[in-house]
Ligand binder design. Structure first.
Ligand SMILES: [Mg+2]
Length: 229
């Protein structure tokens, strides 16, 4: 298990697959008992410098956890600097309305695939029907092809259409530029390809990152580590 973090650290935590177990659909996740209490205790120990960094919207994170932490939602398209602060939405292009219909048409032939809408984009999920992955990637890339303001990002069993340049690394840099994060040593924990940008940003800022599946066996191990912190 990675070393416990110091009181002068800033902690960036992915949610799905890192703090909570993945589920067949995004709505089906279960928040384990004790997680929110651990997060609150660690956040207090770090002076509030604990942020949930996720592809989900911050509203969804708040609803799932039943508690408001500092957060970067939608891979950094929305930021909340501290537990009581308002959510700041980056000034980002919105996907054309027609794209949603194209995305719905792309998932329609694949029972179990689903489209998840977000403010600044949408996601084509294929966890329940893995064989749809290549076709949905092709569809996603086709949808954004004519608009360089958007890009397709690979996630776990999903293709996400989002504004280009929005990623968890940029989110970490934005949070680290301001209190209560600024000046602290950033530590990132994540499980997904989308977390690599966050880990790279923390490393570049003199910190480090840990991966579920390598440094931690599973989300339960991350939760046990948080309890010890
Ligand atoms: Mg994850």
């Amino acid at each position: 298990m990675p070393p416990l973090i110091a009181a002068d650290a800033a902690l960036f935590l992915d949610l799905d697959g890192t703090l909570i177990n993945l589920a067949p659909t995004p709505d089906a996740v279960v928040v384990p008992d004790g997680l929110v209490a651990s997060l609150n205790a660690v956040s207090a120990r770090l002076g509030g410098a604990l942020a949930i960094v996720t592809g989900r919207t911050i509203d969804t994170v708040d609803a799932l956890l039943g508690c408001r932490f500092a957060a970067a939602g939608e891979h950094g398209a929305a930021l909340r600097l501290s537990p009581g602060a308002p959510i700041a939405h980056l000034d980002l292009p919105r996907p054309p309305v027609a794209w949603i219909a194209q995305g719905e048409a792309a998932v329609a032939p694949y029972p179990g695939a689903l489209l998840e809408r977000k403010a600044a984009g949408f996601v084509l999920h294929y966890r329940r029907i893995p064989q749809a992955g290549p076709a949905l990637e092709q569809a996603a890339r086709g949808i954004v092809a004519a608009d360089p303001r958007f890009s397709v990002m690979a996630a776990k069993m999903a293709w996400e259409i989002k504004p280009a340049g929005v990623n968890k690394g940029a989110a970490v840099r934005s949070l680290m530029a301001q209190p209560p994060f600024a000046g602290r040593r950033p530590v990132y924990v994540g499980d997904d390809v989308t977390d690599e940008a966050g880990i790279a940003a923390c490393t570049a800022l003199g910190g480090t990152g840990y991966r579920v599946g390598a440094d931690f066996a599973d989300p339960a191990a991350v939760r046990a580590w948080l309890r010890r912190v």
